[in-house]
Design a protein around this ligand. Sequence first.
Ligand code: NDP
Ligand code: MG
Ligand code: MG
Length: 333
Amino acid sequence: MAELFYEKDADLSIIQGRKVAVIGYGSQGHAHALSLRDSGVDVRVGLQEGSKSKAKAEEQGLRVVSVAQAAEEADVIMILTPDPIQAKVYEESVKDHLKDGDALFFGHGFNVRYGFIKPPANVDVALVAPKGPGHLVRRQYEEGRGVPCIAAVEQDYTGNAFALALSYAAGIGGTRAGVIKTTFTEETETDLFGEQAVLCGGASALVKAGFEVLTEAGYQPEIAYFECLHELKLIVDLMYEGGLEKMRWSVSETAEWGDYITGPRIITDATKAEMKKVLAEIQDGTFAETWMAEYQAGLPKYNEYKKADEEHLLETTGKKLRKLMSWVSDEEK
Ligand code: NDP
Ligand code: MG
Ligand code: MG
């Protein structure tokens, strides 16, 4: 079973005694920087020349400096730029400013796990990752609550890296909810697998296939959209609140029976075998290499897939239908 840590296990004064640089001010960066500041921590934000988020960070009362200066000033450097550019940011603006005993922190283990970033031996290397989007992390913190975090130590130069990670997690509200100890390898591999096989890849392919089967059989796209995409939220909300049991308690007996007998015909042994292949490619680094090559080539296939799905009948139908649902479309950009 996982090891869990709470407020009583963390010593906030550790991070309060350090100088923290938060590199990046996006979803996670803004939540970390603001909450650490409100927890009495000395924070500066490091951003690139011409950054879009600079003005926002300054408006919110934070000091913004270049990435190199932030890394130079700080002794805890949290890298929260997009993953594919972290290695470049690290090489160009962080590496040369690491001093003996500094701590290099991440919100995701990708670059360290696959060796795109190789920190020197004389720094602590740790991970603090909230299990939720940054805006929720910040809102929970402000409400006196927190989003559960996971924390891991890759390199414990000082012997205090985990205590520092827990202290950092306390500074963003994580220990109010609970912090689970993991490793860079476990965090990275399960995160990639989850998003590919289940959450993003698995779910969107399932929705699309169901929608295609109905529309190809002549049913109206609008009806197919409701059945295969829109209603998924209601189901997922129930699972989120009470697992499969609550979902099955809430749906009709007919739906529950169909769940038992049809689910295994859709997600078959062959699907599970393919999932195992996906996991193997994550573990052996094939996925990471392919993704970084695609990114460096300027995202040709990524853009092709994106465009194809934007033009899919599922998406064009959804766009029209969501305009009729003010409570949904209000949330749209
Ligand atoms: P975002 O894309 O939301 O934000 C990235 C930030 O980095 C922006 O402020 C961007 O600036 C800035 N940035 C871009 N290029 C540079 C650069 N060269 N130097 C300095 N800053 C730069 O990222 P996320 O918050 O989504 O992700 C950050 C990390 O957190 C990732 O490792 C991710 O895996 C992890 N994570 C994310 C979660 C999430 O919910 N989003 C959940 C858990 C972990 P500008 O605004 O100017 O473009
Ligand atoms: Mg992820
Ligand atoms: Mg129905």
